[in-house]
Design a protein around this ligand. Structure first.
Ligand code: SF4
Length: 277
C-alpha cells in the first residue's frame, strides 16, 4: 500500500519570478489604493488565485473588463507594449510584476526588430508570455513549436535572431536550433530558457531514471508543469500530474505506490504548502 521511498526534488515550487509576483499581489492587498485587478490569473494555480480573489483582486482578461482608476497587476509572463499602453489609456495604474528575464527577452527582440532582423521564438504561440514577446517584436515574429515548423519555413537569406519562451522544452529548443541554423546562415541564437526551467527539467529527468513513479504537482494550464510531465514520461516512468491532494489519496488507495520508489517534483507556480500537503 505504502511507497518504498519518497524523494522530493530540490528544485520544485515557486521560481523567483512567480514568488516576486505573488509577493507584489499580497503587498497590494495589504495596502490597497483603489480597486485591484490581475491581468489574467496571476499564476497557473487555482488555489493561489482564489486566495488573491478573496483578498479583493479581480481577474480581468480583456480591456473591456477594466474600469478606469483601477490598479492592474501584470503577471510574471509580461504583456506586449501595445497592450500596456491600452491599459494606461483606460485610466488604470500598472504595477508590473513581469519577470526581469522576460523583460530582457522583450528588449532583445525589440532591438532586433528595429535593426531589421527577423525574429523567431520557440514556444507555444497561444501562451501569454509568447504573445507578449511577439508584441515586443512589433507583432511580426515567427513562433516555432516543433522541428516540423522549421521544415515548413520558406528559405530566408537575411539576418535573424532566435529567442525562446522561458519555460520551453530544452530538448525541443536544441532540435529547433540545429535545424534552423542549417536553414538560416545569419542567425543569432539566444538561449532564453530560464535557468529555473532548465534545472527543474534536468533534475526531473534524473529523478525519473532512479524512481519507479513520478508525481508532478501543478496545474495542467502551467506550461512548465506540463513540460516536467513530458520529461518524466520520456524517461518511460509512470507519471501522474497531481492537481490537488485528493489525487494522491486516490492513487494511494488504488495501490499505485505500493512498495515503489516515488519521485516528487512540482511546477514553478506550485506553492510549497501544496507540495507539503
Ligand atoms: Fe521568471 Fe524563470 Fe520564473 Fe519564468 S520561470 S517567471 S522566467 S524565474
Amino acid at each position: 500500500m505504502f511507497p518504498r521511498s519518497v524523494e522530493r526534488a530540490r528544485r520544485a515550487g515557486f521560481c523567483a519570478g512567480v514568488r516576486r509576483a505573488v509577493g507584489m499581489a499580497q503587498d497590494l492587498i495589504r495596502e490597497p489604493a483603489g480597486d485591484l485587478v490581475m491581468w489574467g490569473a496571476l499564476i497557473h494555480n487555482a488555489h493561489v488565485v482564489s486566495e488573491l480573489e478573496r483578498g479583493g483582486m479581480r481577474v480581468v482578461e480583456t480591456l473591456d473588463g477594466l474600469r478606469g482608476g483601477e490598479t492592474v497587476l501584470i503577471r510574471a509572463h509580461g504583456i506586449a507594449p501595445d497592450l500596456r499602453r491600452q491599459i494606461m489609456d483606460r485610466g488604470c495604474r500598472i504595477v508590473d510584476a513581469s519577470c526581469p528575464f522576460v523583460l530582457k527577452i522583450h528588449a532583445l527582440v525589440s532591438e532586433a526588430a528595429a535593426a531589421g532582423k527577423r525574429v523567431f521564438i520557440t514556444g507555444d504561440p497561444r501562451h501569454p508570455e509568447v504573445e507578449g514577446i511577439v508584441g515586443a517584436a512589433g507583432g511580426t515574429a515567427t513562433v516555432l513549436s516543433s522541428v516540423a515548423d522549421v521544415e515548413s519555413l520558406a528559405p530566408w537569406q537575411g539576418k535573424a535572431v532566435l529567442v525562446s519562451q522561458t519555460t520551453f522544452s530544452v530538448v525541443i529548443f536544441r532540435e529547433i536550433v540545429d535545424n534552423l541554423s542549417r536553414k538560416i546562415a545569419l542567425l543569432e541564437i539566444f538561449d532564453t530558457i530560464c535557468e529555473a526551467t532548465e534545472n527543474r527539467q534536468l533534475e526531473a529527468r534524473r529523478m525519473a531514471e532512479r524512481n519507479d513513479v513520478m508525481l508532478v504537482i501543478g496545474s495542467r494550464t502551467s506550461s512548465n508543469t506540463m513540460k516536467l510531465v513530458d520529461v518524466c514520461k520520456s524517461a518511460s516512468r509512470a507519471t501522474y500530474l497531481i492537481e490537488d491532494a485528493d489525487a494522491v489519496r486516490g492513487l494511494l488507495s488504488a495501490g499505485a505506490f505500493a512498495d515503489r520508489r516515488i519521485g516528487v517534483t512540482a511546477g514553478a507556480s506550485t506553492p510549497d504548502s501544496m507540495i507539503l500537503e
